[in-house]
Design a protein around this ligand. Structure first.
Ligand code: ADP
Ligand code: TZP
Ligand code: MG
Length: 279
């Protein structure tokens, strides 16, 4: 796989990421999040810092009234229990029926048969994008439980490229595998994102937060889900890189990441977005 971006390609990706971030800031899309208890705060603050409008609504009775008003939906199974599943499925079905993009985060998909089954059922409901770590993508692609470290990955993203392509081809979703290099594929094209810092792994719900950011980016550019996904991962990683310059550890990185995302300017995006075609 050739991974060197030409200068022209790098410039184009910078322009794409900036265009989509600007659209999020200008249009402030409403993002409905059905997400785990751990992630609610960081996810909502990440969306706000990017310019989007978060709503953490997961009550089944509210979905028919509320989901039609959202520009995108983010479903995350992190603290799953059986009573959450009807809300997730109803919202996903409604979003798909209304032509609204929805995004799935299959947290700890390989932790149990119950969770794996729920994630595979949700994949059937056609998320526009599915973002997980390498262990989660491998479990879904093989439809089997693997070695599980719970919510953290025990695999490298680069070792899940073929699994991601096969899952994308089987599901019709764009698949993103996060890690040191984020891999994004629609089953044909493969793109890599190098922005980010290793210390993100020490902030709980960093993955959940970037999945919600993907939902915001896809909300304003639903026809280019792969580009929107790569851009969101790159912008989040870049905010982390800039936040890291001021951070003293994971707790302060969490704060500086949000500040950097809020303040991100065109010069930084054009010069530091690192997205390359890998196929
Ligand atoms: N080793 C790393 N170096 C740089 N960025 C990383 C690294 N590992 C994860 N990230 C970034 O951290 C964020 C969360 O990814 P990840 O830790 O894989 O998700 P999860 O928390 O769901 O397991 C992503 O933006 C990803 O790019
Ligand atoms: C620790 C934990 N336990 C259940 S959900 C959750 C948060 C996981 O967040 P992420 O996948 O972004 O690390
Ligand atoms: Mg996760």
């Amino acid at each position: 796989m050739g991974e060197r971006a030409s200068e022209g390609e790098a410039r184009e990706w910078g322009a794409t990421a900036w265009r989509i971030l600007t659209a999020v800031r200008e249009r402030s899309p409403l993002i409905q999040c059905i997400t785990n208890y751990v992630s609610m705060d960081l996810m909502a603050n990440t969306l706000l810092a990017a310019g989007a409008s978060p709503a953490m609504l997961h009550c089944l009775q509210e979905i028919p009234d509320f989901t039609p008003h959202a520009q995108a939906l983010c479903i995350n199974v992190g603290t799953l229990s059986p009573d959450w599943i009807p809300s997730m499925k109803t919202a996903a079905e409604l979003a798909t029926r209304l032509g609204k993009p929805w995004v799935l985060d299959p947290v700890a998909a390989s932790a149990s048969e119950f969770r794996l089954r729920a994630c595979l059922d949700l994949v059937q409901l056609k998320p526009v994008v599915l973002r997980g770590n390498a262990s989660e993508i491998l479990a879904l692609s093989n439809a089997s439980l693997g070695p599980s470290k719970g919510v953290d990955s025990s695999h490298r993203s680069v070792d899940a490229v073929e699994a991601a392509k096969s899952l994308a081809q089987g599901s019709g979703s764009v698949i993103a595998v996060s890690g040191a290099v984020d891999i994004i594929t629609d089953g044909q094209r493969v793109v890599g994102v190098k922005n980010g810092v290793a210390m993100l792994q020490k902030i709980t719900a960093a993955g959940c937060a970037v999945t919600a950011l993907i939902a915001a980016f896809v909300a304003v550019d639903p026809l280019h889900a792969l580009e929107a996904t790569a851009s969101a991962l790159s912008i989040f990683g870049l905010a982390a890189e800039m936040g890291m310059d001021m951070a003293r550890g994971p707790a302060s990185l969490r704060i500086h990441l949000i500040d950097s995302l809020h303040g991100l300017d065109q010069a930084a995006v054009f010069s530091r977005v690192s997205i390359t075609s890998m196929s």
